[in-house]
Design a protein around this ligand. Structure first.
Ligand code: 13P
Length: 259
């Protein structure tokens, strides 16, 4: 199913999670702009915490580095104290992560992920849909059924695969643990997800969707993922807080794409 060379432009996201104060965030954004603006062959997305999105938007404006949010509410507006909606985010961000496992642990359901995807798309945001199995599910041989459920719940009611949708395969056991998935395993799982999308939306649509790998990605291991035919970049947590490391990861993915 995967054409060679890949028709898909790789995408690397930096998910800062709940880290960095404002001054540190602004400094990191400026450093990333200096190092990554104009980098060919990869889309780079920086996803700071919500209060720093406006800073990111301002400081990155006119550069090729994109801004992403880490979450959205599923309603466009209303009495939801403390929440941030997709139409609000669309003023300062282009992408939004939806269904991250750290939010699923906090109680987000598949139905909520589905609503978030819809509201994000309606607001013109490009969703990065995260899926991934937990350690006990992997050990029990349930990875495929878990991924199938997550993909189908998130895309319930969709008759077409949204062209702007990005997926991120992030095995929960690899997130923040230093236990990155073996590149062959990550490839097999990303191909599995692509196969699920092909079943639902057709081979052609599935062949165009970008699927990232996420989970303890570092400058040292990125090349192994970037070389895989069904892995189109990475969603990076811890290493995205280090400008050297994040730059090296983005450059490695860009270099692989241009080979
Ligand atoms: P780490 O790179 O810190 O493992 O985090 C991955 C992640 O959760 C990205 O969304």
């Amino acid at each position: 199913m995967t054409a060679s060379p890949s028709p898909r432009r790789p995408i690397v996201g930096g998910n800062w999670k709940m880290n960095l104060g404002r001054a540190e965030a602004r400094a990191l954004i400026l450093t990333l702009r200096q190092r990554l603006d104009g980098l060919d062959g990869v889309d780079v997305v920086v996803c700071p915490p919500a209060p720093w999105l406006t800073d990111a938007f301002d400081l990155l404006s006119g550069s090729s580095v994109h801004v992403g949010a880490q979450n959205t509410h599923w309603e466009p507006s209303g009495a939801f104290t403390g929440e941030v909606s997709a139409p609000m985010l669309s003023g300062v961000a282009e992408y939004v992560i939806v269904g991250h496992s750290e939010r699923r642990w906090a109680g987000e359901t598949g139905a909520e992920t589905n609503r978030k995807l819809r509201t994000a798309l309606a607001a013109g945001l490009k969703p990065i849909l995260a899926v991934g199995e937990r350690l006990q599910e992997s050990r029990a041989g349930r990875t495929e059924s878990v991924l199938h459920l997550q993909v189908n719940q998130a895309l319930r009611g969709f008759t077409e695969l949204p062209p702007s949708l990005v997926l991120a395969y992030e095995p929960v056991w690899a997130i923040g643990t230093g236990e990155a998935a073996d590149p062959d395993v990550a490839q097999q799982r990303c191909a599995m997800v692509r196969g699920m999308l092909a079943e639902r939306f057709g081979v052609l649509a599935a062949a165009t969707v970008r699927i990232q790998y996420g989970g303890s990605v570092t400058p040292t291991n990125i090349a192994g993922y970037a070389a895989q035919p069904d892995i189109d970049g990475a969603l990076v947590g811890g290493a995205s807080l280090d400008p050297e490391a994040f730059t090296a990861i983005c450059r490695a993915v860009a270099a692989e794409g241009s080979r």
